[in-house]
Design a protein around this ligand. Structure first.
Ligand SMILES: Cc1cc2nc3c(=O)[nH]c(=O)nc-3n(C[C@H](O)[C@H](O)[C@H](O)COP(=O)(O)OP(=O)(O)OC[C@H]3O[C@@H](n4cnc5c(N)ncnc54)[C@H](O)[C@@H]3O)c2cc1C
Length: 248
């Protein structure tokens, strides 16, 4: 079974983000980039499927040389091959999906996994766009997956419950938290990953469908107000919560 997993390299959600001088991008100076958290579930699921059914796991990331750090972590977790689609230019979700779909078409995997979303631009569309581009069925937000006899039964989260879906393979899946517990790379895996090659390919340039016009940080919160320090302050606190904050 050939399994492919697409991994994004994203700013750490704990990082303090500043906006670049053009007002359209983030200033990457000093920002720590990490393995997109949902993609760790996707990698883990592919590794488990390989352990059960045999085959190989290919990790793919589109971006700059910096993405190699995340690909090395995937190699340390146990993927067999890592591929960098090297492109430093800013891409929207469509042009990311186009480049990934072009590569995936070349290798034609049985199972293609994505995270449910990237924690940088949070669009949650690349996986389903790739499925559409490849003409494959897709099941998003998977929390359980079983594969047998060329088909997959998937549980996905829906409002207030779970939905169970069957699909034929090849197919595209996006991983939700809860699908599994991603493994930590072993020391042996980390050491071995250092010397494993990362294949580089240059994706075709694609005209983006959308442009970022402006990025804005949320308005800074006003300073808190101390109404009083004893029980006598309660009526005033209730009045402020009712009349100013309008929360009670
Ligand atoms: C302000 C800003 C500026 C940016 N500037 C740049 C830039 O200069 N250069 C640049 O490369 N990116 C840049 N990005 C990141 C890039 O735009 C997004 O990561 C990309 O569009 C995917 O985000 P999405 O929300 O569409 O992904 P989603 O649809 O939320 O992602 C879903 C899944 O698709 C897969 N996926 C998404 N992106 C990739 C990828 N690149 N490689 C492999 N798998 C992927 C992952 O499995 C992910 O879990 C920027 C993002 C922001 C917010």
């Amino acid at each position: 079974m050939k399994l492919a997993v697409c991994i994004n390299h994203v700013p750490d959600t704990a990082a303090k983000i500043n906006i670049s001088a053009d007002g359209k991008n983030i200033d990457k100076t000093g920002v720590n980039f990490v393995f997109n958290p949902y993609d760790e579930y996707a990698v883990e699921e592919c590794l488990r499927l390989k352990e059960k059914n045999g085959g190989e796991v290919i990790a793919v990331s589109l971006g700059s040389d910096a993405n190699k750090e995340t690909l090395r972590k995937a190699l340390a977790m146990g993927v067999d091959k890592a591929v960098l689609l090297k492109d430093d230019s800013p891409r929207d979700s469509f042009s990311v999906a186009r480049a990934l779909a072009d590569y995936l078409k070349e290798i034609s995997p049985d199972v293609i996994f994505f995270g449910k979303q990237s924690v940088d631009s949070d669009s949650a569309v690349v996986g389903v766009m790739v499925a559409e581009m490849l003409g494959l069925p897709s099941v998003s937000v998977a929390v359980k997956l079983e594969i047998s006899n060329g088909s997959a039964v998937v549980e996905r989260e829906i409002e207030g419950g779970k939905e169970k879906i069957r699909t034929s393979l090849p197919a595209v899946f996006t991983a939700q938290k809860g699908l599994n517990e991603p493994r930590y790379p072993s020391l042996k895996g980390i050491m071995a990953a250092k010397s494993k090659p990362i294949e580089e390919k240059i994706p075709a340039a694609v005209q983006p469908k959308v442009d970022v016009i402006a990025l804005r940080k949320p308005a800074s919160k006003s300073a808190g107000k101390i109404v009083g320090t004893d029980i006598g302050a309660v009526p005033e606190l209730v009045r402020l919560l009712h009349e100013e904050a309008k929360v009670v």
